[in-house]
Design a protein around this ligand. Structure first.
Ligand code: SF4
Length: 497
């Protein structure tokens, strides 16, 4: 899972519109929660007719400063926040990536190709194409270039017809989740979303001067970035749609691959997106309130049957705070912050090793003894993946005197691997894969656990068509290549890829 943005400013002498990289940088800051491993920006400098790029490991604020942003000239740019789910921690695997042949194009993407290794091998076997990175965005870029090359009349300008040919090539061959933004040298910005719409991509615009038709456009992972930049939301790019924003602001789009049913990832609402964002017309905050209310229904039954007698509702900060508030309201119980988060540490779930995740819990959560000691706690969290983080949190609460802990989770048990951009491709890593509810509670040290079921989740999101494959194994694409993907991922985490 990553954060992406592409932006095109209008052609004007107004200097503030000549540096798209600055807006891209600000957008990446607001998308930091989507990936904290690395960040990168690529711009197109029209004056010099060349791409300019900067990318490095670290947070956006560590990678960029006024000096290097100044150098990323041009009114068109793309940017990326990396959360590694494929490839290594090495610099060569960072995005954006760029090529000059058969046309100058830079690309960023959010998601994962299930058949990445297969496609990389096909390129190597059939065309002797050497992969320069361990990142699936390179395969997407190669597919894009192949599509345009087959269609291209070398005397003609790159047009929407070429972009459609490239997008079709990707839609036909790439299996998995991908939301793409691409920068075409001197030509414009394109974007596309996989035929199942697993990952988000949103179109926004900002009108600077209506009479002079000075309008900027952007494609971005979350609406929170639009708000921050002062852009207005236009629409979600549809599953299987390709969009082309010409350098003069003219927009072309077409749905090239129609899905049987769209399958946006339920985890965008449960955990991943910022609370203030909206995805597919559904407010993330609103859905999290619903999740808390639905969970409240389950907890009420247990209270009525004298199974639990919670004194307080307490969130594991930050994501589950919204649901915990709604849950407390629905049960008429006090809402208390029993754990305070150090705001300067990273989200633990998306840290890429177990060791880092466990250390992050120690660093980021401080217990509030006065609210915990002697209490029966209804503890709310968004998910239990491997169980080790929950175990640490419960140990901490018990150490500070919690009497009884019911862990209430705002999604169903995760039992199957994800191949679409969240880093748990192996079933065997998941605590719920081979444990029932009592065993899960035992393992994490809670007195009991409550999960939502699939119907609860659909009710809360108010959508039936969702990817819930990590819950029900109903993958929206073929996952024939999934085993190889999981094997390669393990190797790269061990540094052997
Ligand atoms: S498998 Fe789970 S985490 Fe992965 S895309 Fe589907 S719902 Fe999201």
């Amino acid at each position: 899972m990553c954060g992406i943005i592409g932006l095109v400013h209008p052609k004007t002498a107004d200097l503030k519109l000549n540096n798209a990289s600055y807006e891209v940088y600000r957008a990446l800051l607001t998308l930091q929660h989507r990936g904290q491993d690395a960040a990168g920006i690529l711009s197109y400098d029209e004056e010099k007719g060349k791409f300019r790029g900067e990318k490095d490991l670290g947070l956006v604020s560590q990678v960029f400063n006024l000096e290097n942003l100044e150098k990323l000239k041009g009114r068109m740019a793309i940017g990326h926040n990396r959360y590694a789910t494929v490839g290594t921690d090495g610099k060569s695997d960072l995005q954006p990536i760029v090529t000059g042949y058969p046309f100058g194009v830079g690309m960023v993407h959010n998601g994962n190709l299930v058949n990445y290794h297969q496609l990389a091998k096909e390129f190597s076997d059939n065309y002797k194409v050497q992969q320069l990175t361990n990142n699936d965005v390179e395969v997407l870029l190669n597919l894009w270039c192949h599509g345009v090359q087959e269609k291209r009349d070398w005397d003609a300008e790159i047009s929407f017809e070429h972009i459609k040919a490239s997008a079709k090539n990707i839609f036909e061959k790439a299996i998995g989740a991908y939301a793409i933004a691409g920068l075409l040298s001197g030509v414009g910005l394109f974007g596309m979303r996989d035929p199942q719409g697993i990952r988000p991509l949103i179109l926004g615009k900002k009108i600077w001067d209506k009479e002079k038709n000075l309008v900027s456009h952007c494609l971005v992972s979350e609406t929170t970035a639009l708000n921050f930049l002062g852009f207005e939301y236009v629409r979600d790019i549809k599953p299987g749609e390709v969009i082309f924003i010409q350098e003069d602001g003219e927009i072309h789009s077409e749905e090239l691959a129609t899905p049987k049913s769209a399958s946006p990832c339920m985890f965008e609402w449960v955990y991943f997106s910022a609370a203030e964002s909206t995805f597919e017309g559904k407010s993330i905050y609103g859905v999290r309130l619903n999740l808390g209310r639905v969970l409240g229904r389950r907890a009420r039954k247990l209270i009525e049957n004298n199974v639990i007698r919670p004194d307080i509702v307490c969130p594991v900060p930050d994501t589950s705070r919204t649901s915990a508030i709604a849950l407390a309201e629905s049960l008429g119980l006090p809402y208390r912050e029993g754990l305070i988060k150090n705001r300067y540490t990273q989200r633990s779930f998306i840290l890429n090793t177990q060791d880092k995740r466990e250390k992050a819990v120690e660093l980021k959560l401080s217990p509030v003894r006065s609210e915990i000691e002697g209490k029966n706690i209804l503890l709310v969290d968004d998910s239990i993946v491997r169980g080790t983080t929950s175990k640490k949190i419960i140990q901490l609460l018990k150490k500070y005197g919690a009497k009884d802990i019911t862990m209430a989770i705002t999604c169903p048990p995760l039992r199957h691997g994800c191949f679409y951009g969240i880093d748990f491709p192996k079933e065997s890593e998941l605590i719920a894969n081979d444990k029932n509810l009592e065993e899960i509670a035992d393992y994490i040290g809670a007195n009991r656990v409550i999960f939502l079921d699939e119907a609860d989740l659909k009710e809360a999101v108010e959508k039936n068509d969702l990817c819930m494959a990590c819950v029900n194994k109903k993958y929206p694409t073929s996952v024939e290549a999934g085993e190889e993907f999981a094997r390669q991922r393990s190797l790269s985490k061990e540094g052997n890829a």
